[in-house]
Design a protein around this ligand. Structure first.
Ligand code: PLP
Length: 447
């Protein structure tokens, strides 16, 4: 892989951190003990003290190709100097059509139309609205109910938050969540599935709960079921063998759309283009974002099967879907997306990920006897390591691991007491060794 020399930042870290209200961050704690990244290249960030920090999380799961990829940098530079912005309503520009076409090819033609958004949250809310429009266009306007899943994360819009199932994200906004949403039970089962390597054995029957919800609400009122094929943000929950297929069958039986939220699992995270390939289960729609541009320019997308798009194309002439964003199909995002797909193909990124995946899982499972480890979960290039919580202090142990790892030059992600690891797919074996060597030391240092 080519190297770029990451530029040395021109200004030192700011002394006043007060103006920036940081997202999903303990602002007061951070501003008292900042962790500042100033440049990035390949598998490493550099902090403001000049230390290299191994990226164990691909940023926020969004940098599959590693940082400052020269071909993406130059594609975006060229794009900004050519067409900095183009309106996406009633106007087009070539790169948006080209990227949609290339993404359709990347799905093997199974998803025929691509609706561009600016983020994962926008993709989810767009997909929910498309589901409503789909049923209405087909003469079933009572199908308005959505079914999500406990512990699911679908971003932070009101739609995504409502179908999501992470209590801490919902609590403050509880009274204003979308009406008409129900949730399946999550599939996390430490008692039966702890230390499963790959897809766990137990729990396919949890999908049958969908039948119960269909009986309760009646299929004629249900628009869509949305799940992450592998839940990421809640701490790497891998679906049991057969679970997703059962969900698919029940949705098909009752005319309910199935949406896979692949914001994290898309673009190679499991070693296949998408998780639906890995599990061999076809949803009607896929929401994606993050890796589509290697995280370089914000972008998301909803990919739909032909029957979804076609349902909208038989109505009266005019705008078929009254929905879209100022930045849908932004020229810079399209340039980054096209370069990203080129690199996936030309550099054999999936093949590389597949060639290191066993090594990656072996290295993770070598930590099974480390103190406080109560589960390790592994699928593709994702690992979840669950720690026993400290009595009366949920999340404290893992957060301390996060702090110590960063101080030792390793970026990990924690959610509750679960450590989630999802490095760029270009990681080499020596860097896998470095990652687990550092993490093992951290775990052994914690009380
Ligand atoms: N859906 C899933 C499955 C995600 O993991 C995320 C973000 O991590 C989102 C949606 C929201 O994406 P964004 O933060 O780009 O809005």
């Amino acid at each position: 892989m080519e190297k770029v020399t990451a530029p040395v930042p021109s200004s030192p870290s700011p002394s006043d951190l007060s103006a920036y209200w940081m997202p999903f961050t303990a602002n007061r704690d951070f501003k008292a003990h900042p962790r500042m990244l100033v440049s990035a290249e390949g598998m490493y960030y550099r902090d403001d003290a000049g230390n290299a920090v191994l990226d164990g999380t691909a940023g926020l799961w969004c940098v599959p190709l590693g940082h400052s990829q020269p071909r993406i940098v130059s594609a975006v530079q060229k794009a900004v100097a050519t067409l900095d912005y183009a309106p996406s309503f009633q106007m087009g520009h070539p790169a948006a059509f080209e990227l949609a076409d290339r993404l359709r090819d990347y799905t093997g033609g199974r998803f025929s139309q691509i609706f561009f958004t600016g983020s994962g949250s926008e993709s989810v809310d767009s997909a929910l609205k498309i589901a409503l429009g789909y049923h209405r266009a087909r003469g079933e306007p009572t199908r308005t109910r959505f079914i999500g899943r406990e512990r699911g994360y679908h971003g932070v819009g009101f739609g995504g938050m409502s179908v999501g199932g992470i209590p801490g994200n919902r609590k403050t906004f509880h009274a204003s969540l979308l009406p008409g949403v129900d949730h399946l039970q999550h599939t996390h089962d430490l008692a039966r599935n702890a230390f499963s390597r790959g897809v766990p054995q137990h729990g396919a029957e949890l999908a049958d709960e969908l039948e119960r919800l269909v009986t309760l609400h009646d299929a004629s009122n249900i628009a869509a079921v949305i799940v992450e094929p592998v839940s990421g943000s809640t701490g790497v929950l891998i679906p049991p063998v057969g679970y997703l297929k059962r969900l698919r069958d029940i949705c098909t039986k009752h005319g309910i759309l199935l949406i896979f939220d692949e914001v994290i699992t898309g673009f190679g995270r499991l070693g296949t283009p998408f998780a639906y390939d890995y599990f061999d289960v076809m949803p009607d729609m896929v929401t994606t974002a993050k890796g589509v541009t290697n995280g370089v320019v914000p972008m998301g997308a909803v990919m739909v099967q032909p029957h979804v798009y076609d349902a909208f194309m038989h109505g009266p002439a005019g705008i078929e879907l009254a929905h879209g964003y100022t930045y849908s199909g932004h020229p810079l995002a399209c340039a980054a997306g096209l370069a990203t797909l080129d690199i996936f193909e030309q550099d054999g990124i999936l093949e590389h990920a597949q060639s290191v995946v066993e090594y990656w899982h072996d290295a993770a499972f070598a930590l099974r006897d480390a103190p406080n480890v109560i589960d390790i979960r592994a699928i593709g290039m994702v690992i979840g390591i669950e720690l026993a919580p400290r009595a009366g202090q949920p999340g404290a142990r893992a957060f301390e691991a996060f702090r110590r790892a960063f101080a030792d030059g390793l970026l990990i992600r924690v959610t509750g007491d679960i450590i989630a690891l999802s490095p760029p797919l270009v990681i080499e074996k020596a860097q896998i060794d470095e990652l687990f060597d550092k993490l093992g030391k951290v775990l052994r240092s914690l009380d």
